[in-house]
Design a protein around this ligand. Structure first.
Ligand code: GLA
Ligand code: ZN
Length: 673
């Protein structure tokens, strides 16, 4: 069993991507000196260095990398060493142009950026295996080596390739998955629009078609693509395990739902030794710290609750969004430490030294263009000390209060064309449910729909359009055994082939919800309906309404207008020893909060009314003790009640009773005992 934590790292990880090949060697000495000043413990090296390491086919130049690793080692800095297979050299593409990926429209990409890879291409696989083997042989037992960083952000910027060789792979994949062409016809429903195939060789990837293509084909192509990319990861990982035993292997995920939608990270989480993640704020005006918390919770869940590592985030602005604001003073530390609160074993950045050339020169870094006499540098040095002061919490686990069901495959299916409304967006539902739970100061684990949910008093299902029979049974049993479930509309509708479950909607969840849905009735843009309910509460809904027929469920809120006026809008069903709520419209935040509040009461979750909004409180605990993180995202000083006395680790002060958390500050208390 390979280790799961960076080898030889005795503190939390603090550092970033280090690209010394962009700088003359004279700069490297200053780099390591400043890394020590900032408290850097680990850097990621060589992620894009293939062209420099193998300047001609089979001719290697490891001298510069030898010197980099030795220099880092002599300064006590651990190395997360990249395999550079996301950036094959120009000579490789000249020899193998068919390794460049092809779009659904038939356009072949060009060399000159990064990540232009057809993952089904045999020459690419052979070349990636060769460079990985050479690196593993040379550095597999280098004393600086802490872990292996395979590739970079699989799944972006190109996810699927539609070339002829991928078409051939796809047919083989279908043969394995289905056996016969008739089974494919059945699963995809090709009787529709005369799409029937009489031989597997007639099947292509879902390339551009005059109008909407077959949904089963599109969904299977996403599965095939994910599996193909994962095969390439496994190939590199197995080489590294063989030649560099005991050193953990990772690849950096991007679990934020807005940043990568092409990989099924539930499957990927089982393949890596250590889950690592990259996270960037999407600065479009939303509460970015909520989105950050959600991505961190999702990453921890992909890691099965075990510690994970934040491998990239930014010290300040990025340069790839339409507008890239700088982070406010203190915001970097709040961001970094929120990841740590939610299970990260450190905080790493893209990148160490800001580039002078290339596409990312306006992306912030630990060491900015302006050098050390800058706000960013001073905050980096301060953060390094803060992270170091938390090192005893390594190995502790974040405590969760509730779970949210999430499934990438269901999301893929949901996003296919010709749904009842393009305004319904599964990711938006997940974001909104998460935000309501966040504002109730509940820490959320994410769970696969077929996972054991029995540990959670409350489980929310924001949008699970594709619900397998097994998932339906799982959610049903969860409630029968005493759980509280909240399900949002357009869940439980289709099976794994995007075929509607038999009988009335929502086929997979009818029994547990105690209702059927006769018809969906999406609303026009900007239309709203009013709801009437208990205690005179009158929330509104938009985007979606339904004709709900209770079959055991009680109506809690009723539609007051619109086509569905007089019909149930929100229902509650006592089932077995538990309770299942159903929300048939896109409730406004107040309405959604009211439903979650009632469901939390059913689940006997005590409200945290004593905590101010946007003061994030999260606990990590383990054998070494219990740690309370309090992150004040507001401009006002706050007080956070403590369960008992302890030591505040960032200031070293004793803390008891109500902990003072100044505006914009972070406090971490290690509770006594
Ligand atoms: C990604 C990549 C990095 C860098 C950053 C910039 O996460 O992995 O190489 O491009 O984005 O934000
Ligand atoms: Zn291809």
């Amino acid at each position: 069993m390979p280790d799961t934590s960076p080898r030889g790292l005795t503190r939390l990880a603090f550092g970033g991507d280090y690209n010394p090949e962009q700088w003359p060697e004279s700069v490297w000495q200053e780099d390591v000196r400043l890394m020590r000043e900032a408290g850097v413990t680990m850097v990621s090296v060589g992620i894009f260095s293939w062209a420099l390491l193998e300047p001609a086919p089979g001719a290697y130049d490891f001298g510069w990398l030898d010197r980099v690793l030795d220099l880092l080692h002599s300064h006590g800095i651990r190395v997360d060493l990249g395999t550079p297979t996301v950036a094959p050299p120009a000579w490789f593409y000249r020899a193998h142009p068919e390794a460049l990926p092809v779009t659904a429209e038939g356009m072949r990409h060009e060399f000159g950026s990064r990540g232009a890879i057809c993952h089904g291409n045999a020459d690419y696989r052979a070349a990636a295996a060769a460079i990985t083997t050479r690196l593993a042989e040379r550095y597999g037992s280098h004393p600086a080596l802490a872990m292996w960083h395979v590739h970079n952000e699989y799944g972006v910027p190109v996810s699927a390739c539609y070339c002829d060789s991928c078409a051939a792979h796809f047919r083989r994949w279908l043969a394995t998955a289905y056996g016969t062409v008739d089974a494919v016809n059945e699963a995809w429903g090709t009787a529709f629009w005369g799409q029937h195939y009489t031989g597997l060789e007639q099947i292509n990837p879902p390339r551009a078609t005059p109008t909407v293509g077959n949904p089963g084909q599109a969904l299977d192509y996403r599965r095939f693509t994910d599996a193909t990319i994962r095969e390439n990861f496994r190939m590199e990982r197995d080489i590294l395990h063989r030649l560099s035993p005991g050193v953990p292997v990772t690849t950096n995920f991007m679990t934020a739902l807005s940043q990568c939608d092409s990989l099924d990270y539930w499957a990927w989480g089982r393949e890596v030794d250590l889950v690592t993640n990259d996270h960037y704020l999407i600065t479009d005006g939303r509460r970015t710290h909520v989105n950050l918390a959600m991505a961190a919770d999702l990453t921890r869940s992909v890691a099965g609750g075990a510690p994970w590592l934040l491998l990239e985030h930014s010290t300040s602005g990025v340069n790839w969004q339409p507008r890239n604001p700088a982070k406010a003073p203190g915001q970097m530390a709040r961001n970094s430490l929120a990841h740590v609160a939610r299970g990260s074993e450190g905080a790493m950045f893209f990148q160490w030294r800001q580039s002078r050339r290339g596409a990312e020169k306006f992306h912030s870094a630990m060491l900015p263009h302006g050098g050390t006499d800058t706000r960013v540098w001073r905050e980096v040095v301060e953060l390094g000390a803060s992270v170091d002061s938390l090192s005893t919490l390594r190995g502790t686990r974040t405590e969760a209060d509730a779970a949210m069901v999430w499934d990438w495959q269901s999301w893929w299916a949901q996003n296919l064309s010709w749904r009842p409304s393009e305004d319904h967006d599964a990711r938006e539902r997940a974001d909104s449910f998460y935000e309501v739970l966040y504002d109730r100061h509940l820490t959320v684990d994410f769970a696969h729909p077929e996972a054991d949910l029995s540990a959670y008093p409350l489980v929310v299902v924001p949008a699970l359009y594709l619900t397998t029979e097994a998932a339906g049974r799982n959610l049903t049993e969860y409630v029968r055994d005493g759980g509280t479930l909240v399900v949002s509309y357009f869940s439980g509708i289709v099976d794994e082939h995007d075929a509607v479950h038999e009988g009335a909607y929502p086929g997979a969840l009818r029994d547990v919800l105690g209702l059927t849905v006769e018809e969906f009735s999406p609303l026009l843009r900007d239309d709203r309906v009013r709801l009437t309910g208990p205690d005179g509460e009158e929330p509104t809904g938009d985007v979606w309404t339904e004709f709900v027929v209770p079959r055991g469920a009680e109506t809690v809120w009723t539609y007051a207008d619109g086509l569905t006026a007089g019909r149930p809008a929100v229902t509650r069903h006592r089932f077995g020893r538990g309770t299942a709520w159903y929300v048939s419209t896109r409730l406004d935040t107040r309405g959604l909060d009211a439903v979650i509040g009632r469901a939390a009461d059913d689940a006997r979750i005590a409200p945290r009314a004593d905590l101010p909004r946007d003061v994030e409180v999260v606990r990590r605990s383990g054998e070494q003790g219990s740690y309370l993180f309090a992150i004040n995202h507001t401009a006002a000083d706050a007080k956070v009640p403590l369960d008992g006395p302890g030591t505040e680790l960032l200031t070293g002060e004793r803390a008891a009773g109500r902990l003072a958390v100044p505006a914009g500050a972070v406090r971490v208390v290690r509770l006594d005992g």
